[in-house]
Design a protein around this ligand. Structure first.
Ligand SMILES: Cc1ncc(COP(=O)(O)O)c(C=O)c1O
Length: 375
């Protein structure tokens, strides 16, 4: 497949990137920025400005944060002649589903190696949608078994097709995938320059495997923006830590600097990285009352739909800062990383028995109680 030159602002700023790093335009970018005026009124804050970056509209067939990373990851897979990709996630992984959907668009097959997570309606939807998309699904009981089972699948696929699948890290978080979020910060800079929003003081985003928050941080600093990133931890500390943030920041900066020496080798700006731990709750994928309250409030005031695993916890962190007057005279941007494409049409009438048997339990066991309340 031919991979055409693109108009992504990072590449326009650093043309060397185009020759060194493959890119394919999969997303509908730039995504819009909107002011949350009704929410400001409901919260009674006249001196705080609240905005949302609508990455929920980032692409078809799947919105959310993943397509930005996949533009670089899948471009490399295709350029290197791979026919299949293999990636990892929780049973209801948005990343694994997005990877499969965009891979299919590029003529590639995909394999998802999944681990169990708390049950939710979104898990069911993503599993059925994965089936609909022809993604090969496997679930293993934990990380170690996933690693072993992945080796087995890689070997089996090599035997069957003569070629190994291209491996994509959990969440698409590698230096290459994160280039998509460095670009996102340059996209935001253009929107600020065009007067679509004032320069934010703080940007709130979920920290799952950290590619989103750290890619943004690097892009913001390279673009000369003052914004700090409030990275709201939604995964266990082994996936989301300050050490990992610094490591990812440096490796992505190095990749871009090698591609175009004009890209700066910046030190990790620890003072601009606010790591927020208080909204995680008890486990990954387990909703919290504050997150579901935040989901409801944003829905009532703006019609936007969040969920309880990532964006609800993140928005709850923003609301807590508003209520504690930490955003007085400030402008805050909520980065909405959740897909808003509706799949009810595609999955209507599908039978979960067509999934591998290890996934039946998500349909036979109840969803977590907080997922049943109206939101
Ligand atoms: C909706 C949503 N928001 C945020 C994230 C976290 O992004 P990252 O893994 O880059 O930290 C994910 C990751 O799967 C996600 O699905």
């Amino acid at each position: 497949m031919s991979i055409a030159p693109t108009d992504r602002p990072l590449i326009t700023h650093y043309p060397g990137i185009q020759h060194a790093i493959s890119h394919v335009s999969l997303g509908s970018l730039p995504t819009p920025v909107e002011r949350l005026q009704t929410l400001e009124q409901v919260l009674g804050v006249s001196d705080t400005r609240l905005y949302v970056k609508r990455d929920d509209l980032s692409g078809r067939p799947y919105g959310g944060n993943k397509v930005r990373k996949l533009e670089f990851l899948l471009a490399r897979a295709a350029q290197q002649g791979y026919k299949e990709v293999l990636t990892f996630g929780g049973a209801g992984s948005n990343h694994a589903l997005a990877t499969g959907l965009y891979a299919r668009q590029m003529g590639l097959q995909s394999i998802s190696m999944l681990i169990p997570q708390p049950n939710a309606q979104g898990v069911r939807t993503n599993l059925l949608m994965s089936l609909h998309a022809g993604i090969e699904l496997h679930q293993s009981p934990g990380m170690l078994r996933t690693a072993l089972d992945s080796l087995k699948q890689v070997g089996l696929h090599k035997l069957r097709t003569g070629q190994f699948p291209y491996l994509i890290a959990p969440g698409g978080t590698s230096a290459l995938g994160m280039v998509g979020f460095v670009n996102a910060a340059f996209e935001l800079k253009e929107q600020i320059d065009h007067g679509e929003l004032p320069e934010p003081d703080l940007i709130y985003a979920a920290s799952g495997t950290m590619g989103t928050v750290v890619g943004l941080l690097l892009g913001l600093k390279a673009a000369g923006l003052k914004a700090k990133v409030a990275a709201v931890r939604v995964t266990e500390a082994q996936f989301s830590s300050e050490r990992k943030a610094a490591r990812l920041f440096r490796s992505t900066a190095r990749l871009l600097h090698r591609a175009d020496p004009a890209f700066p080798l910046l030190p990790f700006p620890a003072e601009d990285f606010l790591f927020v731990h208080d909204f995680y709750g008890e486990a990954y994928g387990l909703y919290t009352p504050e997150a579901m309250e935040a989901v409801r409030l944003l829905n009532d005031t703006s019609g936007l739909h969040l969920e309880g695993t990532y964006t609800g916890k993140t928005f709850a962190a923003l609301l807590a800062d508003v209520k504690a007057n930490r955003l007085e005279n400030k402008s805050a941007l909520f980065w909405n990383t959740h897909n808003s494409q509706d799949f009810s049409g595609e999955i209507a009438g599908m039978d979960y028995h067509d999934l591998p048997a290890e996934f039946y339990r998500y349909f036979e066991e109840p969803v977590q109680p907080l997922d049943l309340l109206p939101h």
